[in-house]
Design a protein around this ligand. Structure first.
Ligand code: SF4
Ligand code: SF4
Length: 133
């Protein structure tokens, strides 16, 4: 869940406000991002990905905020890590984006779902027959 915006880092670009699919963030004074609807956060990390100033901190707990302060976020050394490790923006040359690897995982999931559906379909007529008896 989004925990904190580091006000001193935010340049007011508004990219995180535009990127957030849950309308959690709003532009405050000077365009600086403010967390307006924290409970709506789905922990997708898109705001971290799009922030060019590494000013946002999202914690992996998607159920409830844990209350991380700006000082704690700065001390963590994790600000901007997701953007960097995803090979996003200025990191594209040095950190190769590996998201394409998800393709094989989705393919395995699709084949498994097809097998489960086929197995279910093969037993359904028998069950229907038993119900008639
Ligand atoms: S983690 Fe996702 S849902 Fe939460 S504030 Fe960032 S962009 Fe919005
Ligand atoms: S993307 Fe980053 S710098 Fe831009 S408004 Fe949001 S927090 Fe501020």
């Amino acid at each position: 869940m989004i925990e904190v915006v580091i006000d001193a880092r935010c340049n007011g670009c508004g990219d995180c406000v535009d990127a957030c699919p849950s309308d959690v963030l709003e532009a405050g004074p000077g365009g600086k991002a403010v967390i307006a609807r924290q409970a709506d956060c789905q922990t997708c990390l898109l705001c971290e990905l799009y922030c060019p100033a590494d000013a946002l901190f999202v914690w992996p707990d998607c159920e409830a905020p844990v209350g991380i302060t700006a000082q704690q976020a700065l001390a963590s050394g994790q600000l901007g890590a997701f953007r960097r490790d995803s090979g996003w923006g200025e990191h594209a040359a040095s950190f190769t984006n590996q998201h394409w690897r998800m393709g094989s995982i989705f393919e395995r999931a699709r084949l498994q779902a097809m097998e489960i559906a086929a197995a279910r379909n093969s037993t359904e007529p028998l069950q229907a027959e038993e119900n008639v008896r």
